[in-house]
Design a binder for this molecule. Structure first.
Ligand SMILES: O=C(O)CCC(=O)C(=O)O
Ligand SMILES: [Fe+2]
Length: 301
């Protein structure tokens, strides 16, 4: 059997262009030097109380995810580290701009008008997945946006509407259910995929060390792996925690309603890039305004 294609592992010093090429070719890429371990620990400390709070849910279904998986929504508010160090990361943001910004020329009478719409944060959420969790079905996250895909041999500009960033709070590996992905499946069409007789054809594990991150196009087939048995004897260290952020184009609906999830008094404290990605700057032309004005004036009040 042929060895499946692998996900490339790159370092920041290799430059944004290399990351773009890897994403275009494979649909996903690992940043080996995404964050210092101490920064990941800081995020863990900020998010842990929110995860713990959900213990009281006693295994009941929480949000959209069933089973024992615990989630922390509104993540960029609840963890300043996730917000400023992970989501606002300049490399991730540059890749969002490259893959998701829309530049369109239209005609207004005789005049050409060129408009650019910048990406938005669609959702930020932590998953905390305990042992005893079965593998997810392989899926595309852009299902939420009813995305349609044509089979292609090469990547074409603006093919995707979502770009995800997964930052693990711990080492992830096959044994604790590291995300499974099919490199190259972002170029598939919408017909029923051939995942092979046991559902693992061309599937690889995107295993990550703490401090690494995985970036993925919304059209890539992937899914959480199975986490059957505890991998340590320390119950505190047992779950697989992942901080997930997805950006969408500026003309798509955000998965998490940012204006209801993040109060304006909170957003006033955020950096400009985070404010813009939460929708506090209008998309050109004419989307997302208040009183016909781009809404950032409300952050100055
Ligand atoms: O658990 C993971 O690694 C991936 C989760 C996922 O793909 C999802 O919930 O849509
Ligand atoms: Fe997913």
């Amino acid at each position: 059997m042929a060895t499946p294609k692998q996900i490339q592992r790159l370092r920041r010093s290799e430059g944004t262009e290399k990351f773009i090429q890897a994403l275009e070719q494979d649909g996903g890429v690992i940043i080996e030097d995404f964050a210092d371990v101490a920064v990941v620990e800081q995020a863990n400390a900020e998010v842990k109380p929110w995860i713990e709070e959900q213990k009281s849910s006693n295994g009941a279904k929480v949000g959209a995810l069933g089973g024992k998986t615990r989630t922390v929504t509104r993540l960029v508010m609840r963890s300043p580290t996730v917000r400023d160090k992970f989501f606002a990361d300049p490399l991730y943001q540059a890749l969002c701009e490259h893959f998701l910004a829309l530049e369109t020329t239209t005609w207004y009478g005789e005049k050409a008008q060129v408009n650019t719409s910048h990406p938005l944060l669609s959702i930020s959420i932590a998953f905390d997945i305990p042992p005893g969790t079965p593998a997810q079905g392989l899926h595309r996250d852009d299902k939420n946006h009813h995305a349609r895909h044509t089979q292609a041999s090469q990547y074409s500009r603006n093919r995707d509407m979502l770009l995800g960033l997964f930052v693990p709070g711990c080492d992830t590996m096959r044994a604790n259910g590291a995300t499974r992905v099919i490199p190259g499946s972002h170029l598939w069409g919408d017909d029923k995929p051939d995942f092979g007789p046991d559902g693992t054809k061309d599937v690889v594990d995107a295993e990550l060390k703490k401090g690494e991150a995985f970036i993925m196009l919304g059209s890539l087939y992937h899914g959480g792996g199975a986490y059957a048995e505890p991998i340590t004897s320390n119950p505190e260290a047992e779950s697989r925690t992942v901080y997930a952020m997805f950006s969408c184009t500026g003309v798509h609906r955000q998965e998490e309603i940012s204006f209801l999830s993040y109060p304006v008094e909170e957003v006033k404290k955020y950096s400009r890039i985070v404010q813009e990605r939460l929708g506090w700057k209008q998309s050109e032309p004419n989307l997302g305004w208040v009183d016909l004005k781009s809404p950032e004036f409300l952050l100055q009040e």
